[in-house]
Design a protein around this ligand. Structure first.
Ligand code: CO
Ligand code: CO
Length: 341
C-alpha cells in the first residue's frame, strides 16, 4: 500500500502559494468589474458573491490540495469539508458541488474511488448534492471541490464589518499543520493525530447554523494563511485592530511541543514572513507560541465577530465543541493585530 502523503512535498492548505507571491501576482491583474459581483478578490474574502437580482445571491468557491493523511477516504472527507467551509464562512448553505481530481498513473484506481466516496460522504452530510467534475493525470494526487451556495442577499457574512467591542470566536482548535508535518515522519503521537483528523473532517455546518440566527458582524474560516493571517484580513478589511489573547486560543494537544522541536510546515514560515510586520507580540509570548499562530490550517474553524451578548449565546449553543472566545476588536492602532497574554 502506497502512503498517500509520501507522494507529495507539501500537504493540505500548507500547499497554498505563499501569501506574498499571491498578492504580487494578483496586484498585477486587472480587476473585472460587474455590478452584480458583490464580492470579488479585493477583500480576500472566502468566496465570490453574485447578485441574482431576485433577492438572492449565488456564492461560489473552489479549493483543492495534496493529501495530508494516508487514508484515501479520510483525505476525501477532509478536502470536501475544507471546500464546503468557504460557503459556511459566508453564512450560506452549500447546494451543489463538483469534483476536482489530479491522480498519478502509479496509484490503484481504487484509491481514487475511495477519495471521491470520502468527499461525497461530506457533501451528503452538508445536505448538498455532488455530480461530475474533472480529472487529470498528475505526478502528485490532489483533490477538492468547487461548491455553489445560495443566500438571501442581506444574510451574507463578509470578512469586513468588525465593530469595536466585538468578541472574536474561533470554532476549532489550531495546530493541524504542525501535527500533519510531524505525522509525515511518524513523530506525532496517535492521540494528537486522531484529534487533528477529527477536527479536519468536521463540517463547519453546526457553527454556521448556530450563528445564523445571531447578529454576525464579520466572518471567515481559518485555513492556509493561519489564524493570524485570516485575522489580519478581517482587521484590514474592517479598518480595526484585533487583540488576540494567546491563552484563550484552543490548540490540538501536542502541537506546541512539536512546534518547539521545529516541526513547522513551510507555509508557517511564509505566513510569518508576510504577516509578522502587522503583528505586535507581547514579549510574554514565546517563539513556538507565535509559530502555532502562523500554522497553516486545513479545514479549520470559523472565525466569527459577535457582540458580547451574542458571543455568550453562541458558545452556549456550541457547548461540547472547542469553540472559544479568542480575542476582541478595538479601535485602529499602529498594528492590525496585538497578541497578548
Ligand atoms: Co476561506
Ligand atoms: Co478557500
Amino acid at each position: 500500500m502506497v502512503r498517500l502523503t509520501s507522494l507529495v512535498k507539501t500537504s493540505g492548505c500548507a500547499a497554498k502559494l505563499s501569501p506574498k507571491d499571491l498578492e504580487r501576482v494578483l496586484s498585477e491583474i486587472p480587476i473585472m468589474e460587474s455590478d452584480d459581483l458583490l464580492e470579488g478578490f479585493e477583500h480576500s474574502d472566502d468566496a465570490l458573491v453574485y447578485d441574482m437580482r431576485d433577492g438572492r445571491v449565488l456564492i461560489e468557491t473552489v479549493d483543492f490540495f495534496p493529501p495530508m493523511v494516508d487514508d484515501p477516504f479520510t483525505f476525501g472527507q477532509i478536502a470536501a469539508a475544507n471546500a464546503l467551509s468557504d460557503i459556511y464562512a459566508m453564512g450560506a448553505e452549500p447546494v451543489l458541488a463538483m469534483n476536482l481530481m489530479c491522480f498519478p498513473h502509479c496509484l490503484d484506481l481504487s484509491v481514487m474511488k475511495e477519495i471521491i466516496l470520502g468527499g461525497m460522504s461530506k457533501v451528503r452530510e452538508a445536505g448538498a448534492v455532488i455530480a461530475g467534475g474533472h480529472t487529470i493525470s498528475d505526478r502528485e494526487p490532489k483533490y477538492g471541490l468547487s461548491v455553489t451556495g445560495f443566500s438571501k442577499k442581506e444574510d451574507v457574512w463578509y470578512n469586513r464589518g468588525l465593530r469595536t467591542g466585538d468578541k472574536l470566536i474561533l470554532t476549532k482548535k489550531i495546530g493541524v499543520g504542525i501535527i500533519n508535518t510531524a505525522n509525515k515522519v511518524d513523530e506525532a503521537d496517535e492521540e494528537s493525530v486522531r484529534e487533528a483528523v477529527e477536527s479536519m473532517t468536521t463540517l463547519n455546518k453546526m457553527a454556521r447554523d448556530n450563528a445564523r440566527t445571531l447578529s454576525v458582524h464579520a466572518a471567515t474560516d481559518v485555513t492556509g494563511f493561519s489564524l493570524l493571517g485570516h485575522l489580519r484580513e478581517m482587521a484590514k478589511a474592517s479598518e480595526k485592530t484585533v487583540v488576540l489573547h494567546y491563552d484563550w486560543v484552543p490548540q490540538i494537544q501536542g502541537a506546541l511541543e512539536l512546534a518547539r522541536f521545529g516541526f513547522l510546515p513551510e507555509g508557517a514560515y511564509n505566513n510569518r514572513d508576510f504577516i509578522a510586520p502587522d503583528v505586535d507580540f507581547s514579549p510574554k509570548v514565546k517563539r513556538e507560541e507565535e509559530d502555532i499562530l502562523f500554522d497553516p490550517q486545513t479545514s479549520g474553524g470559523l472565525l466569527l465577530a459577535l457582540s458580547a451578548e451574542d458571543a455568550d449565546e453562541f458558545l452556549k449553543r456550541m457547548r461540547g465543541t472547542p469553540a472559544a472566545i479568542v480575542g476582541e476588536v478595538s479601535e485602529p492602532d499602529d498594528k492590525l493585530i496585538k497578541v497578548i497574554r
